[in-house]
Design a protein around this ligand. Structure first.
Ligand code: GSH
Length: 204
């Protein structure tokens, strides 16, 4: 029997979006529970690590977004069965996490001038370094996706992060930051053109 799924996060894309996309692409029903700040503050003490996203599977609360994404991928046929290809996916997810972590200090910087200085270093050095390493890695593989011929949850994560960067939501990070990386841009374009992804984006 299909599990009852409830995904809890804020009403933004963030860490939940690739999980939502994987479930939606796979045609797997889930409750898309989006919290206000107040609701989160109320729920926080009961969360395993005080953070979201959490995914409830038949009532069991599972934390950590990447674990949830891999699980959603397994249900949706977007997580490879071949152990080596699966390891490529895990590598891509962990690398994405490491890159995202470089942005975090700038989110918490209250001084606007200092924040923009941090963002300048991110835009000119740190992010190009990470994006360049990813580009090199994924362009060397066969197929249009990051880990081989098939779309996987790694591509959903790249798409979510990449399209977010391209939206220009981060002060000091140009929307053109991904332009020098044709493989990454190709993945973002391909995932964005997937009929279920388009359908999801039209609905939200
Ligand atoms: N490693 C965790 C990090 C989760 C995380 O940082 N969640 C943020 C939202 S993106 C959060 O809950 N922030 C509120 C808080 O920590 O109070 C994961 O991947 O799920």
């Amino acid at each position: 029997m299909a599990p009852t799924l409830k995904l809890t996060y804020f009403n933004i894309k963030g860490r939940a979006e690739p999980i939502r996309l994987a479930l939606y692409i796979g045609g797997i029903e889930f409750e898309d529970n989006r919290l206000t700040g107040e609701q989160f503050a109320e729920l926080k003490p009961s969360l395993p690590y005080g953070q979201v996203p959490v995914l409830e599977v038949d009532g069991e609360v599972i934390a950590q977004g990447l674990a949830q994404l891999c699980y959603a991928g397994k249900l949706a046929g977007l997580y490879p069965e071949d152990p080596v290809v699966a390891m490529r996916v895990d590598e891509a997810l962990c690398a994405g996490e490491d890159m995202s972590a470089t942005l975090r200090p700038s989110f918490f910087e209250k001084d606007e001038a200092k924040k923009l200085e941090m963002r300048k270093a991110l835009a000119e050095e740190t992010l190009p370094k990470w994006l360049g390493m990813m580009e090199k890695r994924y362009s060397a593989r066969p197929g249009d996706y990051s880990c081989g011929e098939e779309m996987t949850v790694a591509d959903l994560a790249i798409y979510s992060f990449g399209s977010w960067m391209k939206m220009g939501v981060l002060d000091g990070i140009p929307t053109s930051i991904l332009d020098p990386y044709p493989t990454l841009c190709g993945i973002i374009e391909k995932v964005g053109a997937h009929p279920k992804v388009k359908e999801w984006n039209d609905k939200h």
